[in-house]
Design a protein around this ligand. Structure first.
Ligand code: FE
Length: 193
């Protein structure tokens, strides 16, 4: 890999949030930046691990896959932002972070199938996108999904995502997460040398 300085990818992520974060979040009443930062804040407030906080913060980064030069080949062909996000993050972040991002849409489909109250608490845009994403899982799909490693972390990130849509909520800025993100990236680079 050409560049193994953790600051490089973290700065790239910060730059995207800076440039694109003011865009609205898919019809919700928060911007993308507010949504990301609220999801991360909820994870911090819940005492979640660094991996889960990072996944909450970065779960929607795949919406900006076209901003990553190395991902440009996929541009225009991929509407699956969970897969795009996992692809962007996987060279740099530990597998748990990547899995929580990759599975955050499946986790919505899983929770719709297994938690009676969950569907009723989803936002309007999230109910809309559920249809495009395949609707609630079948019982078989849900039983299979429930056996995943890291189900608890995957579901936690999904719930932070769902709750991170409150206009005007105060959060820490992206920069507050940079040291933690850089240390996760450094850990992953060491593990994959
Ligand atoms: Fe989200």
């Amino acid at each position: 890999m050409s560049n193994r300085d953790p600051a490089t990818i973290v700065s790239q992520l910060a730059d995207i949030v800076e440039r694109r974060g003011g865009e609205s979040y898919l019809g919700e009443s928060v911007t993308m930046r507010e949504h990301m930062l609220q999801a991360a804040q909820l994870a911090v407030d819940a005492g979640a691990s660094d991996e889960v906080v990072a996944a909450a913060l970065l779960h929607d980064i795949g919406h900006y896959s076209g901003d990553f030069p190395e991902d440009a080949l996929e541009q225009g062909t991929d509407n699956f932002h969970q897969d795009a996000g996992a692809r962007i993050l996987s060279p740099h972040f530990p597998p748990l972070v990547v899995e929580c991002v990759r599975q955050h849409v499946a986790a919505k489909r899983y929770l719709c199938a297994t938690d009676d109250r969950y569907h009723g608490e989803l936002s309007g845009p999230s109910v809309q996108s559920l249809k495009l994403q395949g609707g609630p899982m079948s019982r078989d799909e849900a039983n299979h999904f429930a056996k995943r490693d890291n189900l608890a972390e995957i579901v936690a990130v999904r719930r932070f995502d769902d709750e991170a849509k409150v206009a005007g909520r105060v959060t820490s800025p992206f920069d507050a997460y940079r040291p933690m993100l850089e240390s996760l990236v450094a850990k992953h680079y060491r593990a994959t040398q």
